[in-house]
Design a protein around this ligand. Structure first.
Ligand SMILES: *[C@@H]1O[C@H](CO)[C@@H](O)[C@H](O)[C@H]1NC(C)=O
Ligand SMILES: *[C@@H]1O[C@H](CO)[C@@H](O)[C@H](O)[C@H]1NC(C)=O
Ligand SMILES: *[C@@H]1O[C@H](CO)[C@@H](O)[C@H](O)[C@H]1NC(C)=O
Ligand SMILES: *[C@@H]1O[C@H](CO)[C@@H](O)[C@H](O)[C@H]1NC(C)=O
Ligand SMILES: *[C@@H]1O[C@H](CO)[C@@H](O)[C@H](O)[C@H]1NC(C)=O
Length: 278
């Protein structure tokens, strides 16, 4: 919704001049009130006891800021695509797969909740950077112990990048390999993990370089909050396949990944399944 600011006509006499002046004061006041309302509408509010959240910090954050329904329910493909655009400047193409796939996690034919997405073996996956493996703990809630690996990565500087994101993926996988006999580690999980890493770098940092301030990334994961008060802004550069593609490839390279033997990915994710490009 945009304010329609009428063009001022040039007044022909003195008396007429006051009218547009008053009018424009009115418009300024209205615009201010509007922007305050808009901010209120997207203020961070912690979820209440009946609000649902799930394994994806990006979607939880959109719900905590009212870009998605704050109760985390009644989601569908168009609601997700619109929220991703408004909150993160993500163009629909990069959320389409996750949004469509999420529909399969619910019994309802046309909608799902944030909680539904935790369905294990779907887009939810093991070796997450912020959640425990399904077989080992709570696969939906943020877990500070798990997150320590990411939090402590790229020592000596105040940013994360594609190198550190890849290293974090490698370390998290090694941990799951050591502790989780039920680990699933096919190219499907690997692609989703690498895309998610590219997303947190792009959304919290510069989507062209994949460099993201540690402070922003940590607030995003720990509080599921946009760090606006700390200086974060929605990217002016739209995020799309041309921006995240190269980041995903760099992260994948730095992950030194190999699939677990004997496992194969169970389904092609779309007509342009990017997995075949690795
Ligand atoms: C998604 O839900 C919204 C709100 O209920 C509705 O207006 C819209 O048509 C739905 N879109 C799809 C693709 O189901
Ligand atoms: C883990 O795998 C074992 C052996 O296949 C199986 O019995 C068990 O139910 C699995 N646990 C979970 C949480 O999937
Ligand atoms: C958090 O992760 C640690 C380390 O894997 C695990 O021991 C613990 O059970 C997890 N907590 C929850 C609530 O899943
Ligand atoms: C990421 O940051 C580290 C630490 O400064 C640096 O060594 C590495 O080269 C950087 N990676 C990229 C892709 O710039
Ligand atoms: C993809 O994003 C880049 C960088 O933001 C932009 O220049 C380009 O126009 C976008 N591509 C499409 C198809 O929108």
């Amino acid at each position: 919704m945009m304010l329609d600011i009428p063009k001022q006509s040039s007044p022909s006499n003195l008396k007429m001049m006051f009218k547009p002046l008053l009018l424009s004061f009115g418009i300024v006041a209205q615009a201010l009130a509007y922007s305050v309302r808009r901010e209120d509408q997207h203020a961070w509010i912690a979820p209440g006891p009946n609000d649902l959240r799930g394994p994806c910090p990006g979607l939880n954050t959109l719900a905590n800021h009212g870009y998605l329904p704050r109760d985390g329910r009644g989601l569908n493909v168009s609601i997700i695509l619109e929220a991703g655009f408004n909150g993160y400047h993500m163009q629909p193409e990069i959320l389409m797969l996750a949004a469509k796939a999420s529909l399969l996690t619910s019994d309802d034919p046309v909608s799902f909740t944030l909680d539904d997405i935790k369905l294990h073996g779907h887009i939810e996956h093991d070796a997450s950077v912020s959640r425990a493996d399904f077989a080992l703990g709570d696969n939906a809630r943020f877990n500070e112990t798990i997150f320590t690996t990411l939090a402590n990565s790229n020592p000596g500087v105040d940013f994360y990048n594609t190198t550190s994101a890849g290293q974090v993926q490698q370390m998290r996988l090694a941990d799951s390999q050591a502790t989780n006999p039920n680990l699933t580690n096919t190219d499907k999980e690997f692609f989703i993990r690498s895309a998610e890493s590219a997303f947190y770098l792009s959304v919290m940092g510069d989507p062209l370089t994949g460099v993201a301030p540690k402070e922003f990334v940590q607030i995003f994961f720990r509080e599921e909050r946009l760090p606006i008060a700390e200086g974060w802004k929605r990217s002016e550069t739209p995020l799309n396949g041309s921006t995240v593609g190269p980041l995903i490839r760099e992260i994948a390279q730095h992950s030194n990944w190999t699939p677990t033997e004997g496992q194969c990915h169970w389904l092609r994710l779309g007509p342009n399944d990017p997995i075949v490009d690795f």
